[in-house]
Design a protein around this ligand. Structure first.
Ligand code: FAD
Length: 534
């Protein structure tokens, strides 16, 4: 491979950004062009919209990310509006459903909450920033422990992960103490109740500036950095096809969504990081169709609830003065309701769940002011148990060449079912969620299993594996089997059943893939010189 490669990256989320950063830092003559189908939302590309203080600006940034469900914004681009009707199932703010119900919508009745974000920064502009590390059988069996720990450390640096965010919150500490009383004796050492690692930078007032793809891109989007001269981000540019010549890819066909014009951009390497549904769809549309493509779809079944914290219980570990101090601190940053984040991590066999407990002054849904526990002085916790889905070939997104979707790609159908094994884990988690809620206060939203697809953590559809045996799409370094210069990235690569939020793991996998690419580029001339000398 040439020592001054042009690298085309499809998708500007945290994973595409990881590739861009490592490749430009480690290959001094490389050039990266990153293509993003959605618009740039913030002056700093890829910033988390959670950092936008003005509620109207925040709402607009979220709407701009909602692709076919973006209403007025979409129409202003001259693209016909989606046919979303009031009352239909809607997606989380900043995302759009794949099965949005209009013409060209995916078929996902078994996975109805499947959603995506279409904007610079991808879902990483909207994410909650929870970044626990995979543990036990969540880890990839064929990557050694020492290497893996190094990759996770690199991924934490890239995402600005903090292990002790809000650790000084007395209210957060009281929540931890109550959960520790309830569950501590059942959990193994090192995997007890703790603060949830999150991606962001703690500000002097104790609030967090949440991380998006912007922090991963870092110097690439800093005009003062020489790296920025070799990085180009093209927003509103849809990659329609990866072109190939035999077992090498040669570049990408792109459509400028502002003008509708299409062109071919030659590249020495292509990295597809366009999420766990649209990446396999793009490969399929490009005629790259390994048997496992789109199969082995997993996510996290999620059981959630909201609990009003009980004053009596909280006062065993925190005082009224602590609460006043917490509320005063919170008042400085009204744009962000999250004030402390706790968790119980995945452990095996004791606790095969990942539990998130977010303390907030308000509920995530409007409450009748006259309802019991409305305006609860001690606030609320929103709790979620994330569970495993064990990979099966038959849980899959498939593509239909004869039915175009709203973008003209082969349309998606998602088939997915929970098995007895998952249902048993869901029952167990629901019982534990009840115990957690009763330990902390009173339920204002009862535990409920969310519809399939709600986790937004879609994995397995381009899984990596050790051998090209039909059960995986990529090799252990994220290269599509059979291609030397086509890399894939994202949660879709994760081959294991996991319960934890997957982005940190996917960034670690991307670091490994990017390093392999660097190694190949840099070793090629050395090999050529050696051969010439010989
Ligand atoms: P994405 O961030 O999805 O980016 C893919 C990009 O590719 C998109 O911008 C898309 O527009 C673009 N694209 C697609 N097709 C094309 C094409 N053909 N041409 C050009 N561009 C294309 N994860 C966690 O680990 N912890 C959390 O707490 C967490 N919370 C979340 C909360 C919310 C509300 C959401 C929406 C997600 C959350 N996630 C969380 C998931 C997390 O955001 C994703 O794991 C992460 O963003 C995946 O990164 P990615 O780069 O692979 O894909």
């Amino acid at each position: 491979m040439t020592t001054n490669p042009t690298i085309a990256i499809v998708g500007s989320g945290p994973i595409g950004s990881t590739y861009a950063r490592i490749l430009l830092e480690q290959l001094p003559q490389a050039r990266v062009i990153m293509f993003e189908a959605g618009p740039q939302l913030t002056d700093r590309p890829g910033e988390s919209v959670r950092n936008i203080a003005d509620p109207a600006a925040k709402a607009r940034a979220r709407e701009m990310s909602q692709g076919p469900q973006a209403g007025e914004y979409r129409e202003s681009l001259g693209i016909p509006a989606g046919t979303v009707t009031e009352g239909m199932f809607t997606a989380r703010q900043g995302t759009h459903l794949l099965d949005f119900g209009g013409t060209g919508s995916a078929h996902a009745d078994t996975f109805p909450a499947a959603a995506a974000a279409t904007n610079v920064g991808g879902q990483g502009a909207h994410w909650t920033c929870a970044t626990p590390s995979p543990a036990f059988s969540e880890r990839i069996p064929f990557i050694g422990d020492a290497e893996w720990d190094g990759l996770i450390a690199n991924a934490k640096d890239l995402l600005h992960v903090q292990s002790a965010a809000f650790a000084d919150s007395a209210v957060g500490a009281a929540v931890r103490s109550l959960l520790e009383e309830e569950f501590g004796a059942e959990l193994p050492e090192g995997y007890g109740v703790s603060t949830l690692p999150v991606a962001g930078d703690v500000q002097p007032d104790g609030s967090i500036r949440w991380a998006g793809a912007d922090v991963v891109l870092g110097p690439l989007i800093d005009p003062a950095s020489p790296l920025s001269a070799r990085f180009e981000l093209r927003d509103l540019t849809l990659v329609r096809r990866v072109e190939r010549d035999g077992d090498r890819v040669t570049g990408v066909e792109v459509e400028d969504l502002r003008t509708g014009s299409t062109s071919f951009v030659a590249a020495d390497v292509v990295v597809v990081a366009a999420d766990a549904f649209r990446s396999p769809q793009l490969l399929w549309a490009s005629g790259i169709r390994p048997r496992a493509l789109g199969h082995y779809l997993t996510e996290h079944p999620v059981v959630i609830s909201t609990v009003a914290l009980d004053a009596g219980r909280m006062q065993r570990f925190a005082t009224e003065e602590d609460l006043d101090a917490e509320l005063a601190r919170r008042a400085q940053n009204p744009a962000d309701p999250v004030a402390a984040v706790n968790r119980i991590p995945f452990s095996e066999p004791e606790h095969p769940f990942s539990v998130q407990v977010m303390y907030s002054e308000t509920t995530p849904f409007p409450m009748d002011p006259a309802a019991p526990h409305a305006n609860n002085r001690w606030g609320y916790v929103n709790m979620g148990y994330g569970m495993r889905k064990h990979p099966r070939f038959e849980d899959a997104v498939t593509f239909n060449d004869d039915e175009p979707d709203y973008r003209g790609f082969p349309n998606m159908t998602i088939r997915y079912a929970l098995t007895e094994r998952e249902n048993a884990e869901i029952d167990d988690a629901t019982a534990r969620l009840r115990r957690a809620g009763n330990a902390l206060g009173t339920f204002v939203a009862e535990p409920r299993l969310m519809p399939n697809g709600s986790s937004l953590h879609y994995q397995g559809t381009m899984r990596m594996g050790e051998a090209d045996d039909g059960t995986c799409v990529a090799d252990p370094w994220s290269r599509v089997w059979g291609f030397s210069n086509l890399f894939v990235g994202g949660n879709a690569l994760i081959p294991t059943a996991t319960a934890m939020n997957p982005t940190l793991m996917s960034v670690a996998i991307a670091v490994r893939g990017a390093r392999k690419l660097v190694e190949e580029v840099t070793s090629a001339p050395a090999r050529a010189t050696a051969e010439a000398t010989a």
